[in-house]
Structures are given as C-alpha cells and as structure tokens.
Design a protein around this ligand. Structure first.
Ligand code: PAF
Length: 280
C-alpha cells in the first residue's frame, strides 16, 4: 500500500494508472475509519482495479463553532485498517497542500444543499463540494463511493457531478449500523455511555415512522410527528430537524410516495450532533 501526501505525486500516479486502463475507485474519508468505511472500500474493490482512500479532515466544511479541532484523528490505526482492507493507495495530504495561502475558489450548489443540514450548517456543503471536486481532479476516479448515512451529502455530490460534467460514477452504499441500530459515525466516539443510550433515539424514531408507513400512512405530518415524539421522549435529545423529503432534490415532500421519499433526522445528544435517515 502506498501512502501519498503530495498532490503532484498523487495526480501523476492517477494519470499513469488511467493510461494503463486501470479503473480507479475513490473512497473519500476524514479518517477515524470504522466498519462503515470498510464497507465502502469493499464496494469500491468490487468495481475497480485500484482503490484509493483519501484521509483528510477538511477544515472548510466545519463552521466556526464546530468540532474541527476535536474531530478524532488516528492516522496510524487508519493506515493499518486500510492495509488490512486491501487498499492500494492512501492519499493523506496536509491542509496547506489542498488550501495554500490565498486559496479563494469554491464549489457551491444552490438547490439540494439548501434545506436540512444546509440550514443549520450554512457553508458545510460548499466545503464538502470544494474538497470532493479537488479529490476528483487529483485522483481521477472512475467511481467514488459514499455512505447513505450522509444522504444529503451524497445527493449534493451527485448534483455537482451532473451539473459540472464530471465523468465519475457515484455509488451510495447502505448505512452501516451498530447491533442496536445506531448509525456508525466517527462522531459516536464523542458519546458517553449515557449519551450513547439516548443516541439510539434517532434509529428508534426512524423505526417508529417506518411502522406507520408500512401500515399505509401517507400523511407527512403524521409521520414527522411520530418520529419527533420518539426523539423528544429521550432526555438528552434536542431535535434539529425531522423531515420527509424527495430523495434526489431534498425538497419537502407533500405526501409519502414509497420509493421516492426519505425521512431525514438530525438531533443533538447533549453537545453531539448526529444525523440519520431512512428510505421510505
Ligand atoms: O463524509 C465525509 O467524511 C466528508 O464529508 C468527505 C466526503 C470525506 C469530504 O470531506
């Protein structure tokens, strides 16, 4: 496994690989890898010849009062996990390599990025799209793999790929969950044992809503109320949003159309911000 920090070296290697007709798969991460990331790597392995994992805690997707400094970093362990998972190349640049002094160009998507997390994290998707576009230009992947847990992120990236004519397949893999249903996330590490118990509320809320939809309920307000009630019945949980949206555009849905909608939730568990969603 090669570990590359230099943009120039990564770009040259990618150009060489493509010249040899090798299909490149990219799994972009911020490190602190868990079983969810490993399933993305596995998915990339199935459809490409060379798997690249990028590890970069992207400063510009964090707001001023968010957890950029506290974000868990475990480079040595991440490299071990990548090696064990059969990753070919890890691209792990320093912040100055991607954002040199005077950097002033950003990628902004103005529709899909606006609702849900776009309201409470105003510049978040601008930061995500900018770094993902950079990774695409540096690594030249044929396929890039993202997780369904970050459903809005995946939808915004698909929109950018379509709008800006990137010739890249975007794969979205199902959310990996802990045995009790909690969606895997690097931020779960922030949770104390009691917060961890309450964090399960997000999964329980999605399940309560799903039970209604499975029973034939198509009224959005009723489903949202059920999920909100479940979340609010946990002491440490404060709801940020509960919303039924179109899976592609993230626009609020007027009624639940199975196969087309997504129930998205975001909540604070004390000071830890968690998100989850369910395809309806
Ligand atoms: O989902 C993430 O880990 C990040 O948002 C991503 C896509 C690696 C961009 O920094």
């Amino acid at each position: 496994m090669q570990v590359i920090e230099s943009v120039y070296e990564m770009q040259s290697l990618a150009i060489n690989l493509r010249a040899k007709d090798r299909l490149i798969g990219l799994v972009p991460t911020m490190g602190c890898l868990h079983a969810g990331h490993l399933s993305l790597i596995e998915a990339a392995r199935k459809v490409t010849d060379t798997v690249v994992v990028s590890i970069f805690v992207n400063p510009i997707q964090f707001g001023p009062n968010e957890d950029f400094d506290a974000y868990p970093r475990q480079r040595a362990r991440d490299l071990e996990l990548c090696e064990e998972a059969g990753v070919d190349i890890v691209f792990a640049p320093e912040p100055e390599a991607l954002y040199p002094r005077g950097f002033s160009t950003y990628v902004v998507e103005e529709l899909v990025s606006r609702p849900l997390c776009g309201i409470s994290r105003p510049n978040h998707f601008r930061g995500v799209l900018t770094v993902v576009a950079k990774l695409f230009n540096i690594i030249h992947p044929d396929t890039a793999v993202f997780g369904q847990k970050d459903a809005q992120q995946a939808a915004v990236i698909k929109k950018m790929v379509n709008d800006l004519h990137f010739c890249i397949d975007i794969l979205v893999e199902p959310t990996a969950r802990e045995p009790d249903g909690l969606a895997m996330s690097s931020r779960n590490r922030y949770l104390s044992p009691t917060q961890r118990e309450d964090a399960r509320a997000l999964y329980l809320a999605l399940q309560a809503a799903k039970a209604l939809v499975d029973a034939g309920v198509r009224n959005v307000d009723r489903v949202v109320a059920e999920a909100t009630h479940t979340l609010s019945s946990h002491r440490r949980v404060r709801v940020i949003y509960v919303s039924v949206v179109d899976r592609c555009t993230m626009e609020s849905a007027r009624e639940i159309i199975p196969g087309k909608c997504l129930l998205a939730v975001a909540a604070w568990v004390d000071e830890v911000r968690l998100i989850d969603n369910l395809l309806l």
